[in-house]
Design a protein around this ligand. Structure first.
Ligand SMILES: [Fe+2]
Length: 391
């Protein structure tokens, strides 16, 4: 009994520290910005940063204060303006959301209440509420804040003169998702030489998805067997150098943020004009472009099951999200938890799955079974390409 209590206490401390670390990342990202920049709409497909910040706090209040703690919200009806489904991104700049000093104090006030509720919560295996079992809801909130940090970084690519004021969590090149990260800064470092060639996988059965224990989102479960035909998959994602050849031969559009300069290309993200590094994985391409590249190269995109079956042997993972050929569908036996709007409402053939992680993804978010998804035309995400072929 005593041991159980100590474990719970120390894991509560660990949770509080991880929540604090996520907040340090969030505040670090906005540190160089003024209120005008936080409120500005840079793109119709991205929220103003003030919306992301208020949403981070409001989502935390909804789950960790209202749902778990049974307390009333601090700001009454405010939550409806931060509901991601009710408020499409193009509308968020017009909403009567919190701004400036009020926004900052809301973040702090919610966090203070979160820690009070955490102190009282029972997180043991015997917790009756499935939200609390193994600390699920806290894991979800830590991941949520880090995931919004990546969305915020998508927008920060559009802010001229922006410079990261702190190091952003990042997997080392070559590390498999789920391994601990080291940290470094934008632009990502190069891994040279690239491991050449491809990996051949014989036909067979593979176990896919998250195990029953431990934190994962509902769409990663249940773990199940899939039958895969023999295939080959490239060890390394498609590089900028390879992509330059593709756009020059086919007149395909250049990736987002690239501009011609003389005979070459420069990357204009954050208002920089960095020469495109031919050895880095190409990033900011749509699914349609990824699919067209693979066809041009005489290959195809891997399915998400193929990717997961071979994930621990792939290199360059952790630099760019990798588009797969798979639609975002429910696994057999899927059960929505803790709410339908996390994944279930997105299932269907409208969205494509991306696997892996990008330089902007926190290691708190990555694991082999993690499924990211987006519309096939999107390019503001940190999306790249890895090719496969039938064997
Ligand atoms: Fe969210």
């Amino acid at each position: 009994m005593r041991i159980a209590t100590e474990v719970t206490a120390s894991s509560k401390e660990a949770i509080a520290e991880r929540l604090a670390e996520a907040r340090r990342c969030t505040l670090g990202l906005i540190e160089p910005l003024d209120d005008e920049q936080l409120n500005r709409v840079y793109s119709p497909i991205l929220s103003p940063l003030a919306w992301d910040l208020g949403h981070i706090a409001n989502f935390e209040e909804l789950w960790l204060v209202q749902t778990i703690g049974g307390r009333e919200p601090l700001r009454g009806e405010l939550g409806r303006f931060y509901d991601a489904i009710e408020n499409p991104r193009r509308t968020r700049g017009e909403l009567p959301i919190l701004r400036d000093a009020e926004l900052r104090s809301y973040l702090d006030d919610v966090r203070a209440r979160t820690l009070e509720v955490l102190d009282e919560a029972n997180l043991g295996d015997d917790a009756e509420d499935p939200l609390l079992r193994e600390g699920f809801v806290y894991e979800m909130l830590v991941a949520h804040e880090h995931q919004h940090n990546e969305t915020m970084l998508q927008l920060l690519m559009m802010v001229d003169g922006y410079e990261l004021s702190r190091r952003v969590g990042h997997l080392s090149p070559g590390q498999a998702p789920g391994q601990l990260a080291r940290r470094f800064e934008y632009p990502p470092v190069r891994e040279v030489p690239h491991p050449p060639g491809s990996i051949r996988i014989a036909a067979g059965e593979h176990e896919i998805g998250a195990p029953a224990r431990g934190f994962a989102y509902d769409n990663e479960r249940p773990r199940h067997m899939v039958e895969l035909a023999a295939f080959e998959i490239d060890r390394w994602p498609v590089t900028n150098g390879e992509y330059v050849r593709f756009i020059e031969e086919t007149s395909a559009e250049a990736p987002l943020y690239w501009e011609r300069e003389g005979d070459g290309w420069v990357d204009t993200a954050m208002g920089r004009r960095d020469p495109v590094d031919p050895d880095l994985p190409v990033v900011h391409v749509s699914w349609h472009e990824a699919d067209a590249f693979a066809g041009w190269a005489g290959k195809r995109l891997p399915s998400e099951q193929e990717w997961e079956a071979v994930h621990d042997r792939l290199a360059g993972v952790g630099q760019v999200w990798e588009w797969t050929s798979s639609d975002f569908l429910a696994y057999p036996g899927f059960e929505a938890f803790p709410y339908r709007e996390y994944s279930e409402v997105f299932f269907g053939d409208e969205y494509k799955v991306l696997r892996g992680a990008s330089w902007a993804t926190s290691p708190e978010v990555t694991r082999p079974s993690f499924r990211n998804w987006d519309l096939p035309e999107r390019r503001q995400i940190f999306s790249g390409i890895r090719c496969a072929t039938d064997a």
